[in-house]
Design a protein around this ligand. Structure first.
Ligand code: CA
Ligand code: CA
Length: 173
């Protein structure tokens, strides 16, 4: 990829990816290109297949949970894949991800409260369950909600190590 093409791509990506500055976007593009995803001929689609993506998650971020790697955040939480995160699914996940408080007499009650609080915050169309649209809107407003029901992203330490490496090593390519 030549310099001009890179600049143009970085400019357009910067407009939609506001979390990154232009320098960072350029680094990510260069990094992406080193993954060997350049199409073999000009009709091929540029992209990563699932296996390569999993491999990167595994090697770079130390992720080993197959169920999580095979889905993105919303799908991880939508356990029965019906397109909605229901109260029951939230309950199930929160129960698994929260530490048990031995002092609490009925820990399930606490989790039920949490489900209601979360639903109140994220259920924009008030139908009692989270659609992908609800989820996306809530996460755009508050990034932390991306992992509202338990970890589904690489942990912070791996993420920072990745950033440090990506934004440093590729910058002098
Ligand atoms: Ca569901
Ligand atoms: Ca809803």
């Amino acid at each position: 990829m030549n310099r001009k093409k890179l600049q143009k791509l970085a400019d357009s990506l910067c407009k939609s990816a506001k979390h990154f500055n232009k320098f960072e976007v350029e680094c990510l593009i260069k990094l992406f290109n080193t993954l060997g995803v350049e199409p073999s001929d000009r009709h091929a689609v540029v992209g990563l297949d699932r296996n390569s993506f999993r491999n990167i998650l595994h090697v770079t971020f130390g992720m080993t949970d197959d169920m999580i790697m095979d889905r993105d955040c919303f799908d991880v939480y939508d356990l029965n894949s019906d397109g909605y995160i229901s109260r029951e699914e939230m309950f199930h996940m929160l129960k698994n991800s929260l530490l048990k408080q031995p002092s609490e007499e009925d820990p399930d009650e606490g989790i039920k409260d949490l489900v209601e609080i979360t639903l109140k915050k994220m259920d924009y169309d008030h139908d009692g369950k989270l659609s992908y649209a609800d989820f996306e809107k809530a996460v755009r407003d508050e990034n932390l909600l991306l992992e509202a029901f338990g970890p589904c992203l690489p942990d912070m330490k791996c993420g920072m190590a990745f950033e440090a490496q990506a934004f440093q090593e590729t910058s002098d390519l």
